[in-house]
Write a protein that binds this ligand. Sequence first.
Ligand code: COA
Length: 229
Amino acid sequence: MVLFVIAEATLLSSLLPSCVVAREVFADPPDETVFPGEEDLVARAVSSRRREFVTGRRCARLALAELGHPPAPIRPGPGREPIWPAGVTGSITHCAGYRAAAVARTADLAGLGIDAEPNEPLPDGVEATVASPREGERLREAAAGAPEVSWDRLLFSAKESIYKAWYPLTRRWLGFEEADLTIEPGAGTFNALLRADGTRIDGGPPLTRISGRFTIGPGLIITAVTVDR
Ligand SMILES: CC(C)(COP(=O)(O)OP(=O)(O)OC[C@H]1O[C@@H](n2cnc3c(N)ncnc32)[C@H](O)[C@@H]1OP(=O)(O)O)[C@@H](O)C(=O)NCCC(=O)NCCS
C-alpha cells in the first residue's frame, strides 16, 4: 500500500527536540498542484523535481500550521535555502521514497538541518570528495561493526544536514573538507568540527562545531542537526 498521509514525523522527530515540529511522507500524493506564489520555482522543472518540491513544501506548510502560521508561499533565498516566516527556522529534505520538513521557533532554536538519503553506498569516487582519509578510516571501523549501514552515505547525509543549518546562519559556503565528522555508531550521534569562519548573522556565538543524530529507516538514512540560540 502506498502511504500518502503526511503524518507527524515519527522517524525524524526521534532525532529532534520537542520544540521542533516535523512532517514526513513516504510517497507523493497524487495531486501535484503547485501552491500559488511558488509556480515560477518549478515552471521548467522535470516532473520528478516538481513532485518532490510540491510534497516537501506541503510537509513544511503542515508543520508551520502547528506553529500557528497560515499557508503561504515558501520562496528560496540566494543560496536556495527556504525563506521561513519571521521568527521561524526550518529545513526541507527529499529523496526517493521520503520527503520531510521540520520547523521551530527561533526563540527555541537558532537553526536546524535535516537530510534523508537511500541507505546505499555512495557512487564510486564520491567518498574521496566528501570525506578526508581520516574520516574514511572511521567509516571503515563503523562498517566493521554494522555492515548493514552505508556509513559513507551517512557521513554525506550528516554533512548535508550540517550545511542546511550552517548556510542560513552564516550565509557562507562550507566545503565538505571544512567539516571533520566523527560518528558514534552506537549512540546514533555525530559531531563535526568546523574549520571555516562561522560568524553568525543572528549575532549568536560563531559556529565552530555542530552535533546531530541519525536513524536508519526502511531503506533510508535520516540525519538531523540543531543549533542552539
Ligand atoms: C543544498 C544541499 C545541501 C541540498 O541537499 P541534497 O541532499 O542535495 O537535497 P535534499 O533534497 O536533501 O535537500 C534539498 C533542500 O535543501 C534546501 N536547501 C537548498 N539550499 C540550501 C541552503 N543553502 N541552505 C539551507 N537549505 C538549503 C532546500 O529546501 C532544498 O529543497 P527545495 O529546493 O525543494 O526547497 C546540497 O545540494 C549542496 O549544495 N551541498 C553542498 C554543500 C555541502 O553540503 N557542504 C558540506 C558541508 S560539511
